[in-house]
Design a protein around this ligand. Structure first.
Ligand code: NAD
Length: 453
């Protein structure tokens, strides 16, 4: 099929590359000419495992990029909208989606024949059938259904393993304004074997995406709330508590003749310094905002966000127990990306933590193996180190924010440097017994825990 994709961010570029890789003819569209040039020269604009290899196979063959949206729509049969949907002032900002839909509509005004518009961006329930439909209809002079197809196909990929997730999806949700729209979208995924297909209407498709993300965010904040209580009670470690929870038959299945099968949701039922990224914070915020607009309070989801906002303070509480006055104290933050294996720093818990450290007079150094967000406001006055060794060379305290595998070397690096800074483990990935002074999120403080490890 001939497919155009508007927006070449994490979702648009990975979708475009993977669809081109299975034989579709794909045109990626972006308003940013630098991204277009990079893609056309086969260079990934984002850090994702396997993406460079797919671009090498497809660019110039089944994949190309352009800034000319009008032309891309005219040269294809289906157009995906994969632009950003940020949260602004507690609500979803549909500005990019509206603009893209109107541009597609203008192209359709002069393009003969049936064309299908598919929303891939995460949009609050009702957006495709109301906002997008209206924008395309107004600009094209055509009616949804007879004049053009309208589908909603949410994306569930996770950054850091986006190519793998897109190529081997756990489910393919296909919403449609009508049967014909669903058939077109379903046809695109014919070559993706094995994944269950959920055919539904557009609003249900939109809702499935939000309910999925809200469930994951709730699991994280639940574990973090439990971890706060663990920290305060004494003689208890949230890691041990959660291990016990994970052994429940609801999370771990034991089949005769097989070892235990642990449900992946358990990785969300673990304490940490908070969730970030371009999805969970903004999507839960958007749902709460939609509820508010409909006169509905969503106390559970509001609390999920409130717990998350407080996690950087949990890190600081652990620091305070050892170093109450941070003026002129040298603090190193390990990890700027919101999670490992990605360069995405959007809504990373590193930023509010760094802001708080700076406000209290600390001298902050930050290090990330991949992310290089030099222009970010929170990083004003922060030294960006080029290696783990440099980052901790003069640290009085080291705060681990992102679960990068490289940070597993921290104990060895400190041993070699001869320094013994306070180490605060925001992801509970380190062996505490290897540090002179160690605190972990959700662990009773100052040797209040069972052991040092
Ligand atoms: P992004 O911000 O990385 O990329 C969006 C791209 O769209 C940018 O390159 C921008 O230049 C381009 N763009 C915006 N308006 C345009 C227009 N009118 N014409 C051409 N290009 C335009 O966004 P993303 O992270 O890829 O997310 C896109 C959507 O997918 C969001 O709704 C997000 O919630 C959803 N989503 C993201 C992820 C993720 O892990 N990043 C996962 C699932 C769903």
């Amino acid at each position: 099929m001939r497919i155009s994709i508007v927006g070449t961010g994490y979702v648009g570029l990975v979708s475009g590359a993977c669809l081109a890789d299975v034989g579709h003819e794909v045109i990626c569209v972006d308003m940013d000419p630098a991204k277009v040039d990079m893609i056309n020269s086969g260079r990934p604009t984002i850090h994702e495992l396997g993406l460079a290899e797919i671009l090498a196979r497809t660019v110039g063959k089944t994949l190309r990029a352009t800034a000319d949206l009008d032309r891309a729509v005219r040269d294809t049969d289906v157009t995906f909208i994969a632009v950003g949907t940020p949260a602004r002032d507690g609500r979803i900002d549909l500005g990019y989606v509206r603009a893209a839909a109107a541009e597609i509509g203008r192209a359709l005004k002069v393009k003969p024949g049936y064309h299908t518009v598919v929303v891939k961006s995460t949009v609050i329930p009702g957006t495709t059938d109301h906002v997008v439909r209206q924008a395309v209809e107004d600009a094209s002079g055509r009616a949804a259904g007879a004049g053009f197809g309208l589908g909603m196909n949410p994306e569930f990929l996770t950054e850091g393993r986006a190519v793998e997730d897109f190529s081997k999806p756990d489910r393919i949700v296909i919403g449609g304004f009508d049967e014909r729209s669903r058939q077109v979208v379903g046809g695109i995924y014919e070559r993706f074997d094995g994944a269950p297909r959920i055919f539904t209407n557009n609003t249900t498709a939109e809702f499935i995406k939000y309910a999925s993300n809200a469930a994951l965010a709730t699991a994280i904040s639940f574990a973090n709330e439990i971890s706060r209580l663990c920290r305060s009670v004494g003689d208890v470690d949230v890691v041990d508590v959660m291990k016990g929870v994970h052994e429940s038959i609801y999370f771990t299945t034991r089949l005769p003749g097989h070892g235990p099968v642990v449900a992946p949701i358990t990785s969300f039922l673990e304490a940490g310094c908070g969730f970030g990224g371009s999805c969970l914070p903004k999507d839960v915020t958007a749902l709460v905002g939609q509820g508010r607009d409909l006169g509905l309070d969503l106390p559970l989801l509001s609390a999920v966000l409130a717990v998350n906002r407080g996690q950087p303070d949990e890190m600081l509480r652990l620091v305070d127990a050892h170093i109450p006055d941070l003026r002129d104290v040298s603090v190193t933050v390990l990890g700027i990306a919101f999670k490992p294996d990605t360069d995405d720093v959007r809504e990373s818990p590193a930023f509010p933590l760094i802001e708080r450290l700076k406000a209290r007079g600390a001298r902050v150094t930050a290090y990330d193996p991949v992310a290089r967000p030099a222009g970010h406001d929170a990083l004003q006055g922060v030294t960006l180190a080029g290696s783990l060794e440099d980052a901790v060379a003069s640290a009085d305290a080291v705060l681990l924010v992102t679960r990068w595998a490289e940070f597993g070397r921290l104990a060895d690096v400190l041993a070699q440097s001869g320094r013994q800074p306070l180490v605060v483990d925001g992801r509970r990935m380190l062996d505490g017994s290897r540090f002179a002074r160690y605190e972990g999120i959700g662990r009773s403080m100052l040797a209040g825990g069972r052991d040092a490890g």
